[in-house]
Design a protein around this ligand. Structure first.
Ligand code: AMP
Length: 288
């Protein structure tokens, strides 16, 4: 069922619970798409996947202060709620859950959800506290919405694995579904933070995906990863990336570092362009 009316926005937990209880009593399945808003086609692909697989679809919009380790990043994060609601209308999303900060984290809020191990590397190493913030808010959103299925992007692959592990470890009865990364025509992974880039910086930022795909292709032809890694970093610097935080191959299940992809793996990268931190990851075919 699709409608052109923007979905209803719910801001109170009691109201949300009354609605989801009625859905459950009617035997309907609920899909949730957690977001921080500033929606683009990547987010919308998740909402479409939820629409196809669930009776009722909730998109959540909450810019979660706990997952920002940099106050400036939190302040600059784009907020476009009216546009977001309009974009969700043609998909037939049933409601938008927009909790306010006080409700999510009252002054006496004292609980932290922390996943071990797979949070130690990459984003976890470079953004201290980030994944505790993610795991805590996602656990709350899962419980608040009582969803049966949750849709996350492979764009944030480490996050996808962490929320899957968190739900499993805490026995939250939800299936976490990973969806492919949606890209601009240039190959640049869509991201709300791209709104902070000039057109010129956005063109240059596309070099990241180009370098990543070239690296994986050269690896498949037998090149050594350490040489490819050096060449990739040099190309990124030449394209005006100011800092390359990581550019590495890791196993897709436990994120062990690999130089030869002898088991399912991905190439992960994080780099800064024009003051904006960009991340991406792509599949690396298994060798041998
Ligand atoms: P965010 O609003 O950035 O927290 O992202 C909300 C959800 O959208 C997360 O599950 C992201 O992985 C997903 N997402 C963000 N960008 C993309 C993209 N380009 N393609 C697919 N999913 C995405």
């Amino acid at each position: 069922m699709t409608s052109q009316q923007p979905p209803r926005i719910i801001r109170g937990l009691d109201e949300l619970r009354a609605i989801t209880r009625a859905w459950k009593r009617a035997g309907e399945t609920i899909g949730v798409v957690p977001t921080m808003g500033a929606l683009h086609d990547g987010h919308l692909s998740l909402a479409h996947a939820a629409r196809q697989n669930c009776d009722q679809v909730i998109v959540t919009i909450f810019v979660n202060p706990k997952q920002f380790n940099n106050p400036e990043d939190l302040e600059n994060y784009p907020r476009t709620e009216d546009d977001d609601a309009r974009k969700l209308a043609p998909i037939g999303v049933d409601l938008i859950w927009v909790p306010d900060g006080e409700q999510m984290y009252p002054p006496d809020f004292a609980t932290n959800v922390s996943v071990g191990g797979i949070t130690d590397v990459m984003e976890g190493a470079h953004r201290p506290g980030h994944f505790d913030g993610v795991a805590t808010v996602v656990a709350k959103l899962f419980l608040q919405t009582a969803a049966d299925h949750a849709f996350f992007g492979e764009k944030d692959f480490q996050q996808l694995m962490i929320v899957t592990r968190m739900a499993r470890d805490l026995d939250i009865d939800i299936e976490v579904v990973g969806c492919p990364t949606v890209r601009e025509d240039t190959g640049l992974a869509m991201s709300s933070r791209n709104l902070l880039l000039s057109d010129r910086a956005m063109m240059k930022a596309a070099t990241l995906y180009e370098v990543m795909t070239d690296t994986v292709a050269a690896l498949a032809e037998g090149a050594e990863f350490s040489a490819l890694q050096d060449a990739a970093k040099a190309r990124l610097r030449a394209a005006d990336f100011t800092e390359i935080e990581y550019f590495e191959i890791r196993a897709r299940d436990d994120f062990a570092p690999l130089t030869t992809p002898t088991r399912p793996a991905r190439l992960f990268a994080a780099a800064w362009m024009a003051g904006v931190r960009l991340i991406d990851n792509i599949d690396v075919p298994v060798k041998g």
